[in-house]
Design a protein around this ligand. Structure first.
Ligand code: 5AD
Ligand code: SF4
Length: 439
């Protein structure tokens, strides 16, 4: 028997790319590829790219440049670019970096096997269409391999919101929800393979409105269906938009036992003037009132968010409003970014903030966020939490898992196994994790 061909995939960016990379590996698995952890022994290298901020695309080009030597040694090596940079740049990638054989956009992964065959004939393969069919349906041909205890599952893709800074509506396309029965089928399959926690993914996951048995289903409806799946213990979802936080979803946070008390709800800015210019169609106040309602339904919920500082025309006063909002919400986690100009988006044409000013705002915001994050994590000491153990820790006999609130928790106990869900008592808190004892 001939040696299997080896595939090296490097994933950048969001969790949806992680999910897509798994699907691409499975699609090429059907063509005899097995995954390798090193580009050095690969027959095909795929970079699954992110276009959300400037540096992300530049990183891809510099990574590609590094494969020059490898390709010279091994002329049969095929190099592909997938993901949002592939979608945005298309043919330009092959022009700028001729060693690239294949460019595939996020909506065309199901065509990878044919595209791979084309590259084996010495041709270049490019596909950045937005086809009508469900690519995940076409990718179903997956081996029933055992899985770890946690998995992502894409339920919705694309975005119709057109925030003035964001490329997602252009790279991932219009908002599309997958039918509920396919998602439930995939969830049951994951559970059979060992998965106990599923994170539902979508760029606008709470705008989910997939076909159900009696008309469209909301995200809350889907979560309630998943709640019935035996063997599935935990449900999470990300990323949500404040305007799509429907009453049934808020209520589910109080009543659905498998839905975890954690919500990623980006606000981007605390200034109404900037929110308006960002085309966010919510205000700081409406966002704060929404969080109040979510906390009424589930008082211990841990909030997480995203922020952009230095958005065009942001003044000191606007930035101060963002700091005020952060103080009011107290996020358990928050991700903050310096505004990055994305060509083709409305904000790209507007007067830019001085980069040094943006840098110092970013540092100031991150200091506040880090303080809250640490205070919230420290407040877990002495509490009883339930942890899903995911992998062995760095020290021998140690296991690491996640609490309901997504904090990393490690426990030293040689009897613990991956995939166990156990009650623990937290004994201490350090920079990035909690230490606990089994109860
Ligand atoms: N510049 C900086 N940050 C951005 N994000 C999206 N587009 C940009 C941009 N042009 C951030 C937003 C979003 C997160 C995924 O990335 O905060 O919620
Ligand atoms: Fe981008 Fe806004 Fe859509 Fe989020 S809601 S993906 S930030 S356009």
């Amino acid at each position: 028997m001939s040696e299997p061909k080896k595939l090296y995939i490097k994933t950048y960016g969001c969790q949806m790319n992680v999910y897509d990379s798994e699907r691409m590996a499975e699609a090429l698995g059907g063509k005899g590829y097995v995954e390798t952890k090193s580009p050095d022994d690969a027959d095909m290298i795929l970079l699954n790219t992110c276009h959300i901020r400037e540096k992300a695309a530049e990183k891809v080009y510099s990574e590609l440049g590094r494969f020059k030597g490898l390709k010279a040694e091994k002329p049969d090596l095929k190099i592909g670019v997938a993901g949002c940079v592939a979608q945005a740049e298309g043919q330009e990638i092959m022009r700028r970096q001729p060693l690239v054989d294949l460019v595939v956009g996020p909506q065309s992964y199901h065509r990878l096997p044919e595209m791979e065959a084309k590259t084996r004939e010495g041709k270049k393969a490019l596909d950045t269409d937005f086809p009508e069919e469900d690519k995940f349906e076409k990718l179903k041909n997956r081996p029933k391999a055992k899985r770890g205890p946690t998995a992502f599952l894409t339920v919705q893709e694309g975005c119709d919101k057109f925030c003035a800074f964001c490329v997602v509506p252009y790279t991932r396309g219009a908002e599309v929800s997958r039918p509920a029965d396919r998602i439930l089928h995939e969830a049951r399959d994951l559970v059979e393979r060992g998965v106990r926690e599923i994170t539902l993914l979508g760029q606008n996951v709470n705008a989910y409105h997939g076909a159900g048995p009696s008309g469209d289903m909301t995200l809350a409806g889907l979560i309630w269906e998943l709640n019935k799946v035996d063997g599935l213990e935990r449900i999470r979802f990300t990323t949500s938009h404040p305007n799509d936080m429907t009453d049934d979803l808020i209520e589910a946070h109080g009543t659905c036992d498998k839905l975890m008390p954690y919500l990623h709800l980006p606000v981007q800015s605390g200034s109404d003037r900037i929110l308006k210019r960002m085309n966010r169609s919510h205000t700081a106040d409406s966002y704060l009132r929404l969080i109040e309602r979510i906390r009424e339904a589930r008082p211990d919920i841990l909030m997480s968010g995203d922020f952009i500082v230095g958005f065009p025309e942001e003044t000191d006063e606007d930035f101060k409003a963002t700091l005020d909002l952060v103080e009011q919400v107290r996020y358990g986690y928050a991700y903050s970014f310096k505004y990055s100009t994305r060509p083709g988006t409305p904000a790209a044409e507007r007067p830019q903030v001085d980069p040094e000013k943006a840098d110092s705002r970013l540092q100031e915001l991150q200091a506040v966020i880090t303080r809250h994050q640490r205070e919230i994590q420290d407040s877990m000491v002495g509490r009883k939490l339930r942890v899903l153990f995911e992998k062995p820790g760095r020290q021998s006999g140690q296991m690491v898992g996640k609490s309901e609130y997504l904090h990393a928790v490690h426990v030293s106990d040689a009897s613990l196994k991956v995939g166990e869900l156990r009650d623990v008592r937290v004994v201490s808190s350090s920079a990035n994790s909690l230490a606990a004892e089994l109860l």
